[in-house]
Write a protein of this length. Structure first.
Ligand code: ADP
Ligand code: MG
Length: 714
């Protein structure tokens, strides 16, 4: 037996080697670690001079720019708190365009005059950092502007301490920009889009009679899917190490067809991992709530409670990092790739999104009173209009190479963006649009004196798991995100396009009100007009079906199947217009993103193609040849033909792949299309031959852990 085959058998013999948390009395306040490592408002209140604390809070609540004179006092308090909690270093944490999180650590301590070390951390160091921007992708921005970049403290996302067995680190969430102010990260546009949406929504709320709200926040509650496999398998698979997904592997005899995994009882090792990772997350102030097994074997899900988009998005980055780190303490590896195993369900991320006022109202919550319902109908209509107009951009916002293996298959939402309203809400919109009653819609609803508007009987029970964008009772659930993704850009898009649509509808409302129309009646007319113009985007049926693909085509909806098809939407006229009008991203900033994402696509495709070649040539082919020799020795020639045929197929495929991997001398999108049509296609042929070989070559000669081991030994 080869070394690898033997180890595979012992993989599941784990012992609890994590933090051994034990069980604590959770009724004792000191045993509730929530936010323990966060420089939260309550810690700030305790440690900051009162006037500084109050000024800071006022600034944050109003969403205003920060008074730099506060920085020194905040930095001092933050440093003291961090040192008391064992931090020796601090970092400005930021989110470059790769979608990852970046950090550069600086020690608090500097050498003093007489050989001692002095702890220092000034307001300036808190507010601004200067990492070398040239190491991060910037698209065209770097070529046209200076190479330097800087990070700027985001006081709206609290600083926190990351623990490590050997020390601790103060992390300061920051934005990352070029020296001339172009956004080079995911956070700046998100913050700008939240501002834009707030301005539009407040303006609309005033017209709708709300005099109180001062600010509207967008909220996000993500649901994260992931796989856990034994780390031994991971390290034996060069494809998982290099690309995050298996480039080879025959389908296991058992998949999820028995439905015995979804919501099933959680294996002990996995549960131990979940408990410890959730503890770490709670210390960081991430409000984790739900956990369960997912559909595929070895697949799980975790969902925190929603927060404002900025904090929720920062927390999501931390959550992914925590899952990956804690998994290792249990001899597991957490796979966040969208499609780690071919033929097995992939992993997505559901992005629950809504808008809420600073007075506590959820604008997408149909309420108890007629006035609430008028607000709800207005904002919900704006979302429908926005999604229809920018369907291509929404698709592009969730595009990456991992998604291309997933979207459109019979598991994830399709590449066609549509909205599921649910039967009840659709009935309401149809009633308004047609003026026709329905046995279940009170006739008085149609006269629409606001006084007689009934409470809209909406509840979250109405579900359609196949829709990429579903109304779920008091929020929309954008279900097409990939599991490895940052929430930054998809939410930036949602906020920006909603801001635009809210403004358009508010403009019409204002004109009607100025013309002397009554408010509720005017809103209903606007809802009717907009819904009729945009209802093509609404679909309540099975999004996976072939009929829907045909129907969507008849309706003229976009079906952007792959990343190279979708990314040009980032530069579409309608995108540039909306993003420039609302000061979220300039055309140059959009271009830089487009360039970076196109490049990321073909770079990653190329790594996959070269890894495929190397594994097939140096691991799989030798195993097949060894087996052929074994057959030769045995003298049983009947099985030789099949194996030889597959080896020939593999060798031919390798030749093709080698040719496809040669540099074609293309650039940009053409390079991405080449990667998709030539390299990925050639990889498929190599894989097909290799996977067939896996099922005939002697098990003890096979050089890679197999799917049934990786997915089922827990
Ligand atoms: P269920 O799906 O079981 O009905 P919920 O509706 O409570 O559960 O929430 C599902 C997800 O939606 C959770 O991740 C939650 O944080 C998120 N969510 C709930 N309300 C909002 C909101 N107003 N804005 C954004 N996300 C929300
Ligand atoms: Mg969900």
């Amino acid at each position: 037996m080869t070394r690898i085959r033997q180890q595979n058998v012992t993989a599941a013999q784990w012992s609890s080697n994590g933090g051994a948390l034990g069980a604590q009395d959770l009724t004792l306040p000191e045993n509730n670690p929530f936010g323990q490592n966060v420089f939260s408002a309550s810690v700030q209140k305790e440690r900051l001079p009162q006037d500084v604390f109050e000024k800071l809070q006022t600034t944050l609540e109003g969403g205003e720019a920060l008074d730099p004179s506060l920085a020194d006092a905040v930095a001092e308090a933050m440093k003291e708190w961090a040192l008391e909690n064992g931090a020796t270093h601090y970092t400005h944490m930021f989110q470059p365009l790769t979608g990852a999180t970046a950090e550069k650590h600086d020690s608090f301590f500097e050498p003093g005059g007489e050989g001692e070390a002095i702890a220092g951390f000034s307001g300036k160091e808190l507010i601004q950092g200067e990492p070398d921007a040239s190491s991060f992708p910037t698209g065209g921005v770097r070529a046209t502007f200076e190479a330097r970049g800087y990070t700027a403290w985001d006081p709206t996302s609290p600083a926190f301490i990351l623990e490590n067995p050997n020390g601790a680190l103060l992390c300061i969430p920051t934005a990352f920009a070029s020296w001339t102010g172009e956004a080079l990260d995911a956070k700046i546009p998100l913050l700008r889009s939240m501002d834009a949406l707030s301005r539009s929504a407040i303006k609309a709320l005033r017209l709708l009679g709300d005099e109180e709200s001062q600010r509207v926040f967008t909220t996000v509650g993500p649901e994260q899917e992931y796989f856990l496999i034994d780390e031994q398998y991971f390290f034996e698979r060069p494809d998982l190490i290099a690309t995050g997904r298996t480039l080879f592997g025959a389908k296991p005899p058992k998949g999820h067809e028995l439905d015995d995994h979804y919501f099933g009882s959680i294996p002990e090792r996995v549960l131990a991992f979940m408990l410890e990772s959730e503890l770490e997350m709670r210390k960081l102030g991430i409000p984790v709530k739900t956990r369960h097994n997912e559909v595929a074997p070895a697949q799980y899900e975790i969902a925190p409670i929603f927060e404002n988009s900025n904090v929720g998005s920062d927390h999501q980055q931390l959550l992914m990092q925590t899952l990956e780190n804690v998994a290792r303490r249990y001899g597991l590896v957490c796979l966040l790739h969208e499609k780690p195993f071919a033929g097995v369900n992939g992993s997505g991320k559901h992005n629950n999104w809504s808008m809420g006022t600073d007075t506590g109202a959820n604008l997408l919550n149909p309420g108890e009173t007629p006035a609430d319902n008028i607000h709800f109908l207005f904002f919900c209509t704006a979302v429908i209009q926005a999604v229809n107009k920018h369907q291509g951009l929404l698709r592009a916002s969730v595009a990456n190479i991992g998604q291309d293996h997933r979207l459109g298959a019979n598991e994830a939402p399709p590449a066609i963006i549509s909205i599921f309203l649910g039967a009840e809400l659709e009935k309401v919109f149809e009633a308004i649009a047609t003026g026709l009653g329905d046995p279940n819609t009170p006739a008085s609803f149609l006269d629409l004196g606001a006084q007689v508007l009934p409470p809209l009987p909406m509840h979250g029970g109405d579900r359609n798991r196949t829709s990429p964008f579903a109304f779920t009772g008091n929020k929309f659930e954008f279900r097409a995100l990939g599991s490895s993704m940052s929430l930054g850009f998809p939410n930036t898009v949602l906020n920006t396009i909603a801001a635009e649509a809210i403004d358009e509808l508010a403009g019409k409302l204002e004109a009607k009100l100025d013309g002397g129309e009554e408010m509720p009646q005017a809103v209903i007319e606007i809802v009717k007009e907009s819904y009729l113009a945009n209802k093509q985007i609404c679909f309540g049926g099975d999004n996976y079906s072939e009929e829907w693909h045909q129907e969507a085509e008849r309706r003229g909806l976009k079906n952007l199947r792959t990343t190279p098809d979708a990314l040009p939407e980032v530069l579409a006229d309608s995108t540039v217009q909306a993003f420039e009008n609302y000061h979220v991203l300039s055309k140059a900033e959009l271009e830089s993103r487009y360039e970076v994402w196109v490049e990321q696509y073909w770079l990653r495709a190329n790594i996959e193609a070269e890894t495929t070649f190397s594994i097939a040539k140096t691991m799989i082919l030798p195993a097949a040849l060894r087996y052929l020799a074994l057959i030769g020795e045995s003298g049983v020639s009947a099985i030789e033909g099949e194996v030889r045929g597959l080896v020939d197929e593999l060798v031919a495929g390798l030749g093709e792949l080698e040719a496809a991997n040669a540099d074609p001398g293309l650039e940009g999108l053409e390079m991405a299309v080449h990667a998709r049509d030539k390299q990925l296609a050639a990889m498929d042929n190599v894989r097909e031959a290799a996977d067939k070989l896996e099922s005939v070559v002697a098990d003890e000669l096979w050089p890679l852990p197999k799917y049934e081991e990786m997915l089922f030994i827990k």
